[in-house]
Design a protein around this ligand. Structure first.
Ligand code: GAP
Length: 475
């Protein structure tokens, strides 16, 4: 079924967003889902370059959170879980948004996001009418049925977060992997929320990917001196904020950590902070870091009737660990990375030919860039294409995503790579056959070095791995 966005949801995006959405479609980063049928509200498809970008982000997260640590392991759990999981977690009763219908224009919207008139009453954000239905609670979980019978006993939900699988598998993982708190269980995967308001391109959609980790720590009375839940909460807040700059190359001044005030905290939470990005429409959440006490394990112990305590052989005590949870979104991160990288350079005063247009450049960190290096023959003759293909094969074999392009003048090809953030271009030219060298062009300042073909793979690989916003410096 296709559905056109309702007027109130067709948010007038800032110009940079309009440019980015158009670039995303034109260059195969992100498409509207089911576009030929008019598009499906709130769903997006990643194209050939988008899938690489998002995969790079997820791989970098996995590397930081799992592979580079002794104390965190991963799982990959089912999207459909036992329905009691969502009763225990509180999602059946409490994962709701306040929904209102406008009787004048039939628009549906979230009461907490609607404008308020002078009399203090809310108004329809679409037509301004005050003729509204009562506010009712709308559960955000997608319901479906398991098996052929569509009755209440077969109701299951698509998970609205990946986190619950880590709680439910706490003992399976702890015992099979012989882990001792503090330790973490990480997962990446799709989550689903029937959001009433979808907004800002992929920022809020109904189907999205999360990257979550539950870090199980001894409760305060069994913690080592100075290493209680508060210590770990502080530790993960700092580490997660830094990840966005150090690993993804997002500008530090566009990021902040916002601590929730008491009114925003769930009754069991000991603290919660959001990593926020300064999006073109204002500050918005990228990731939440929550100190959740033993709420989740207590709930699952109660609802499942199974003991979930850990026996600490040193402290000679059985306890339910407390949890610190860094919960990030892969799609929101990809969007922030793209927004942060988008740049337009005005043409130089003496510009000619292809250079009269502003240069659109995605200043992506090489680690997240979809294509790491483009290999280009200067012209389609004199053995240059063959030589370029030989060079690119070395990148392919070594797992470096490289792109071959021989169409159009080389200046236009450079521009095409600049606008999708390719940090390096290698060009085979007339000199190559004589001295086995090629040019290495840098995306950011367009300068070129002459390097030996024999060094090309190592030079590019080192620079990609070094990362950083200035692609010329590292390596
Ligand atoms: N287990 C905790 C949890 O799910 P959350 O703050 O609701 O916390 C974590 O979600 C992250 O998931 C958010 O910071 C955001 O990056 C992403 N996310 C949540 N809802 C989303 C949506 N509708 N569309 C895109 N990303 C979303």
């Amino acid at each position: 079924m296709s559905e056109k966005p309702k007027k109130s949801e067709a948010v007038e995006e800032p110009v940079v967003m309009q440019k980015l959405v158009s670039l995303a479609k034109r260059r195969g980063l992100i498409f509207q889902s089911s576009e030929i049928y008019g598009g499906l509200r709130s769903a997006y498809d990643y194209g050939p370059l988008g899938v690489e970008l998002k995969r790079n982000i997820k791989n970098l997260w996995w590397r930081t959170m799992v592979h580079e640590r002794e104390d965190v392991v991963g799982i990959d759990a089912s999207i459909i879980m036992h329905p009691r999981v969502w009763e225990a977690s509180g999602h059946v009763a409490g994962f709701t948004d306040p929904l209102v219908d406008c009787r004048a224009c039939q628009n549906r919207f979230r009461a907490d996001k609607a404008p308020t008139a002078e009399d203090g009453k809310i108004r329809c954000p679409n037509c301004g009418s005050g003729n509204l239905s009562d506010v009712r609670k709308f559960n955000l979980m997608f319901k479906t049925h398991l098996g052929p019978v569509e009755d209440d006993s077969a109701v299951v939900f698509l998970r609205p977060e990946t986190a619950q699988a880590m709680f439910v598998n706490f003992l399976n993982v702890q015992q099979s992997y012989r882990l001792k708190p503090p330790f973490g269980i990480a997962q990446q995967g799709k989550s689903f929320r029937n959001e009433i308001t979808v907004e800002h391109f992929t920022f809020r959609s109904c189907e999205f990917e999360q990257m979550e980790m539950e870090y199980f720590v001894p409760p305060p009375q069994y913690s080592d001196e100075g290493k209680g839940p508060d210590y770990w909460y502080d530790y993960w807040r700092k580490l997660r904020l830094n990840w966005y700059t150090e690993t993804l190359g997002i500008r530090a001044e566009k990021l902040r950590l916002r601590e929730h005030d008491a009114a925003e905290l769930a009754h069991y939470a000991k603290g919660c902070a959001d990593v926020e990005y300064d999006y073109p429409w204002g500050w918005g959440e990228l990731e939440g870091i929550a100190s959740r006490s033993d709420f989740d394990l207590t709930q699952h112990q109660k609802f499942s009737g199974k003991k979930l305590t850990y026996f600490d052989p040193d402290k000679k005590a059985h306890y339910l660990p407390w949890v610190i949870e860094p919960a990030a979104g892969a799609d929101r991160t990809a969007l922030a990375v793209l927004i942060d990288a988008y740049d337009e350079e005005p043409p130089p005063p003496d510009a000619k030919g292809d250079n009269v247009e502003p240069r659109v450049v995605l200043r992506l960190d090489p680690r997240v860039a979809p294509i790491k290096v483009a290999v280009l023959p200067l012209v389609k003759k004199e053995g240059m294409p063959e030589r370029a293909r030989e060079i690119i094969r070395a990148f392919f074999k070594n797992g470096v995503n490289a792109f071959y392009d021989e169409k159009d003048a080389v200046g236009r090809r450079y521009r095409r790579q600049d606008e999708v953030g390719t940090p390096f271009c290698i060009t085979v030219d007339g000199q190559t056959a004589q001295d086995q060298t090629v040019t290495l062009r840098y995306r950011d300042d367009m300068q070129q070095d002459r390097i030996k073909i024999a060094d090309a793979l190592e030079t590019v690989t080192k620079k990609v791995m070094a990362g950083g916003r200035d692609v010329r410096k590292p390596g």
